[in-house]
Design a protein around this ligand. Structure first.
Ligand code: IVH
Length: 700
């Protein structure tokens, strides 16, 4: 249950005037650059305090007050809206919701027929104008009566197609935002470009939507929440749309090929009683932390057009809808320390230690601080009050110091003089500081990663064994493992004949792992298991990968223009290690590889294949997106999720971790939970592990 938060008490006119100033400044920053010195909770509290003061002293209301204004009166634009883009009034708990519903019903003189309950998406409102089914203009909300033309963003927004299914003239309204994945990608791009990152997905989306001449493009996502025919349009289709219940309008929007929340775990639903509404509110609140996009509340609307018409509008907001606010995912807390850690690739990364703060359902004590340049740019100091953001899949991050809360006792952050792991020197030539020893600094971590189950899968090589081999000078990297002899191993403590033989046999087996695993074992920065598979499947051989330049690497699905040069540079650094692996006879090709049909690179076309399987048309999962859930049994019992994903991709399919409309098949084992339920509701085909094993048996 969510309690109603308090409001700021304003004792006199001076306190009121100061509060109005602070709130208008914060709103201007929020709607302008997307940053603000107040977190959402503090802003809401302040505005409620201002409203309370104004109720008591109506004669003293300042014209600049943010109350009763769209976007706190902060922004304007020059493209008039056909129908005003209004705000929503807020409630903060079940009682306030019940009070609002009761007052609405008093106004109607009867009960509301049915409610529509959907998430309040935390992005930027946008109006997308379609003429004859073609997207012709994008306009921001602005001050609600006129907004800014951002049509330059057409083509960069997932879910907002250039063409609708029907040749209709309509205005779609919805929220433009960044999903957690898009946000991570956008931060990586900005980081590669100028070393800075975005504060949070909302401000990243705001900046991206307005940016016209950035040298890099960041992807956005649109979720529709309404459709309006032009007020002057009295065509049959326009009349019909105006009369449809909101829920049916949204179904129509989805049919047009536009993204709505329909295929997410928080899809809009219709509820008849207020108890059903409240139950859905609680469901959405519970799902929030798992969602790959930010929501800041739940919007409850009268579903029927007739109810909406009768309820009408106030100057600022419709009376037929309300926003049920959820606790903010951005809060101010204290930065109490900074820890420095050297990662597997030798990068030295700072981590913020925070006074614990509850955000999005969990207590946050650590947050990302990126790099030294970033700390300097933000002017952070120890003891600062900082804005911390955490929502859903996004890793907690420190946004900015709240400078006006400084006491004077803040201390500068001390940067390390030497590598915090090995004490050797630091290479400061790049924004990301690195230990001069690179991967060798954390050899134990990089070797441990390379021999892990999803990479080379060498049994019997636990961390203490690796340490022993490093201490004895027998290995310096994981390629050295392939040159170990039984004489060398037998000199080690706790290493008898049997364990020596077993270890050497496990190392020998590792030589035949496919290229995708070998590549993954290298631990190239910016590539994990699935990217390694994509790279291996794209190029087919290590020679082809090494011969590729950044442009060729970029042709791999999901590889952006900033990551590709990093991969190329990493491969140069790793060249001696790769050469050793080649000399040891480790597999350097991907079994079953075929040159890409669509304009692959010349290099890839020259590459060798060790294929035993025929062309892609013979692969059973071609064109299919497959999700695995629950525990596997039968022939698949021993496979890890990663191995299942490898199997799916070997059989021509795409592996994915979440069920959506686009999922072709769900492999559901014992104890399958919400994914199975979701697949059922979307009519996705579901098979058990045995049936799936029959389907892909040849690729096991
Ligand atoms: S309906 C007349 N539905 O919240 C206003 N708005 O605080 C009707 N928002 O400007 C808006 N999710 O940008 C509606 N499912 C949703 C929404 C939503 C997010 C935003 C929208 C609006 C703001 C009001």
């Amino acid at each position: 249950m969510i309690d109603a938060p308090p409001h700021t008490e304003l004792s006199d006119q001076a306190a009121y005037a100061a509060a109005v100033q602070l709130a208008t400044d914060a709103a201007a920053a929020y709607y302008g650059q997307g940053d603000s010195s107040l977190d959402d909770d503090a802003y809401d509290q302040l505005v409620r305090g201002i409203a309370a003061y104004e109720r008591e002293h109506p004669e003293h209301v300042l014209p600049s007050s943010p109350t009763g204004k769209v976007a706190g009166g902060a922004v304007t634009g020059d493209v008039p809206h056909t129908v005003p883009m209004l705000s929503l009034d807020n409630v903060f708990g079940p009682e306030e919701l019940a009070d609002w519903a009761a007052s609405l019903e008093r106004r109607l003189g009867r009960g509301v027929t049915s409610w529509s309950v959907e998430p309040k998406l935390d992005g930027l409102a946008i109006s997308a104008r379609y003429r004859g089914g073609r997207l012709v203009q994008l306009v921001t909300r602005g001050d609600g009566t006129a907004g800014e033309d951002v049509s330059h963003a057409i083509g960069t927004i997932v879910g907002l197609p250039g063409r609708l299914a029907d040749a209709v003239t309509v205005e779609l309204r919805g929220e433009v935002m960044m999903t957690a994945e898009q946000f991570e990608q956008a931060c990586a791009k900005r980081q590669a470009h100028d070393g800075s990152t975005f504060a949070n997905p909302r401000s990243a989306a705001a900046g991206t939507l307005r940016a016209q001449d950035r040298p890099y493009t960041c992807e956005l996502t649109f979720f529709g929440y309404g459709a309006l025919p032009d007020p002057g349009d009295d065509s049959e289709q326009a009349v019909r749309l105006r009369e449809l219940p909101h829920s049916e309008i949204m179904a129509w929007v989805a049919e047009q090929g536009v993204r709505t929340t329909a295929d997410t775990p928080v899809a809009g639903i219709v509820a008849v009683t207020l108890d059903e509404v409240q139950a859905r509110v609680e469901h959405i609140a519970a799902e929030r932390a798992e969602l790959p996009f930010g929501i800041d509340g739940i919007v409850i609307k009268c579903d029927l057009a007739g109810d909406q018409r009768q309820a009408g509008f106030s100057s600022r907001a419709p009376r037929w809808a309300i926003a049920y606010k959820l606790p903010a995912v951005e809060k101010i807390t204290k930065l109490v320390g900074v820890e420095w850690n050297t990662g597997r690739t030798g990068v030295i990364a700072p981590r913020a230690v925070l006074e614990p703060v509850e955000l999005d359902g969990s207590v946050v004590t650590y947050a990302t601080l990126h790099n030294v340049a970033d700390i300097t740019r933000r002017g952070l100091m120890l003891g600062d009050s900082v804005v911390v953001y955490k929502a859903g899949d996004v890793i907690p991050r420190v946004e900015s110091p709240v400078v006006h809360l400084r006491s004077g006792a803040e201390q500068p952050i001390v940067f390390p003089e030497v590598c915090p792991s090995c004490g050797d020197a630091i290479d400061r030539s790049q924004e990301r500081w690195r230990c001069v020893r690179g991967r060798a600094c954390r050899a134990i971590a990089s070797i441990g990663y390379a021999v892990g189950r999803d990479q080379l899968d060498i049994e019997g090589l636990a961390g203490n064994r690796i340490q022993q081999l490093l201490d004895a000078g027998l290995i310096a990297d994981f390629a050295d493992l392939f040159f170990l002899t039984s004489e060398q191993l037998l000199t080690l403590e706790r290493m008898g004949r049997t364990s020596t033989d077993n270890l050497l046999a496990a190392i020998e087996r590792a030589k035949s792992r496919p290229l995708s695993r070998v590549f993954c074992a290298l631990g190239v920065r910016g590539t994990g298991r699935s990217m390694s598979r994509r790279i291996a499947r794209h190029f087919g051989s290590m020679d082809a990968i090494r011969a590729a330049d950044a442009e060729a690497i970029q042709a791999v699905e999901g590889m952006g223009p900033e990551k590709a040069p990093v991969v190329v540079a990493e491969l140069v650094e790793l060249a001696p290690l790769i050469d050793k692996l080649v000399a040891a006879g480790v597999t350097m090709t991907e079994p079953g590889w075929r040159p890409p049909v669509v304009s692959g690179t010349d290099v890839a076309l020259d590459a060798q294949t060790t294929s035993e399987v025929g062309g892609t048309s013979e692969l059973p999962l071609v064109g299919m997106s497959v999700v695995v859930t629950g525990s596997m049994s039968g022939a698949l019992e021993a496979l890890t999720r990663n191995q299942m994903n490898e199997l799916i991709e070997r059989a021509g399919g795409k592996s994915s971790s979440s069920v959506s409309k686009r999922t072709s098949l769900l492999v559901a084992g014992e104890n399958a939970g919400s994914k199975r339920a979701k697949a059922e509701s979307l009519d996705v085909r579901i098979v058990g592990p045995e049936e799936f094993a029959d389907l892909v048996g040849a690729f096991l």
